[in-house]
Design a protein around this ligand. Structure first.
Ligand code: HGY
Ligand code: MN
Ligand code: MN
Length: 417
């Protein structure tokens, strides 16, 4: 039980907000957000700032071979497994200031506040920055936490290429963040991830806290279509082998499959590569990734099957070659009921409005849930907008979720008088 001393326990919201704004200055975007993609020089700069702050808070930093950062605040029982609090500092190319960053810096703020309040806990606390959560530069998303959970091998991860052909392993070495620690060697008592909702529900329902019970499952299906390069002007319509047209029809079909399977699923395309990508050449090759998600396993798998079957028919009708590779996947996840209850109780004790919610986005917690009790806390974001430089939250929303994180973590870590 949190003792009387903990009754009015709150984080320092000014300090949290200042840290968010300081981190946002690293890897600025072009429209007020961030472009601090994984393993870039700006990611490196953000990592060093986070390490400096952790050192100042008296924590000990360890780094594993995927570059994930683990900053430890000791507990009173050296044999007790730590409580982890984390998320990610890498952003999308046109990312916001809060996606991932809020969870890492709120974890730091939890430790800073425990230091201020001179709170000792039985279990150590470990604040975590997972490498390459976004999967924007190197697919798939949640790559380092996936290796940590035993879903991917490190060789697979090191070999992932970015659009310029650079490998994850080479880039991690280049920025100097290949740690000593074997990935997944450390064990967790529990894992908490605080994150903006990245959807419209909490704001629309006027709730301060999302008590996250589940996470959607996901497939990333990378289609490679083979057309025939030809002149866009002199090639008669009946002689075209048009991979671009096939892609357009597949994108329309994906929209239709998602709409036919409502409620509780989404489908779309965010990344397309045309080759040779010349205005007056019909594409010889088109590569694009279909992103489908649902909290319902059967629906997710049915949609995948339907999309792959329909895509093959669309391409056959146009004489376009079609191959597909799953480049990202995780099943729907159920978070740990005891930790979910700790989050709900913390919100109630603090007097914050709250509701149960399913995470629409993927998070590192979706993988840690395979190896340790895990859960998430969410705060609203303006208009539900994320993966957009205009992503925005209020200082009050940020602080409320961090207060809940502080209380839930301490409740789980066990205060020692
Ligand atoms: O794709 C996701 O849901 C996360 O932003 N990586
Ligand atoms: Mn995120
Ligand atoms: Mn994201």
């Amino acid at each position: 039980m949190v003792t009387a001393r903990g009754e009015n326990m709150r984080i320092n919201s000014d300090r949290l907000w200042d840290s968010l704004m300081d981190m946002a200055r690293i890897g600025p975007g072009i429209a007020g957000g961030n472009n601090r993609q994984t393993l870039t020089d700006s990611d490196n700069e953000g990592r060093h700032l986070f390490k400096q702050w952790c050192d100042e808070a008296g924590m000990t930093m360890a780094v594993d071979k995927m570059g994930t950062m683990f900053a430890t605040r000791p507990g009173t029982d050296p044999d007790a497994l730590p409580i982890y609090v984390g998320s990610h500092l890498d952003t999308q190319p046109t990312g916001g200031k809060y996606d991932g960053v809020l969870g890492v810096l709120a974890g730091l703020e939890v430790v800073r506040s425990m230091n201020d309040l001179d709170i000792k806990t039985k279990h150590p606390i470990v604040v975590t920055n997972w490498t390459n959560e976004e999967g924007a530069r190197f697919a798939p998303a949640m790559l380092a936490s996936g290796v940590f959970a035993g879903v991917h091998t490190m060789d697979y991860a090191y070999d992932r290429k970015d659009p310029e052909g650079k490998s994850f392993g080479d880039e991690l070495k280049r920025i100097g963040w290949v740690g000593e620690e074997e990935v997944g060697a450390r064990k967790m008592h529990a894992y908490f991830e605080y994150h903006i909702e990245q959807g419209p529900i909490l704001e629309a329902e006027n709730k301060q806290i999302g008590v996250v019970t589940h996470g959607q499952g996901l497939w990333w299906l990378e289609f490679t279509l083979a057309g025939r390069e030809a002149h866009t002007g002199s090639t008669p319509m009946n002689l075209r082998v048009n991979a671009g047209l096939a892609m357009a029809r597949i994108m329309e079909m994906v929209q239709g499959v998602a709409m036919q399977n409502q409620p509780g699923c989404v489908g779309g395309v965010g990344q397309v590569f045309f080759s040779p990508n010349s205005r007056n050449v019909l594409p010889g090759k088109v590569v694009f990734t279909v992103d489908i998600r649902s909290p319902i396993q059967a629906k997710l798998d049915r949609m995948r099957a339907e999309i792959e079957t329909n895509a093959a028919e669309i391409c056959a009708a146009l004489g376009v070659g079609c191959s597909v590779e799953a480049v990202g996947h995780f099943d729907p996840v159920t978070f740990d009921p005891a930790l979910v209850s700790a989050v709900r109780k913390a919100a109630e004790d603090l007097g914050y409005s709250h509701m149960d919610i399913i995470s629409g986005a993927g998070h590192d917690a979706c993988w840690t849930a395979r190896v340790a009790p895990s859960t998430m806390i969410m705060c609203p974001c303006v208009g539900g907008l994320s993966h957009n430089e205009a992503e925005d939250i209020s200082k009050e929303w940020a602080a409320a979720g961090a207060d809940v994180l502080l209380r839930a973590v301490i409740e789980t870590a066990g205060i020692v008088e």
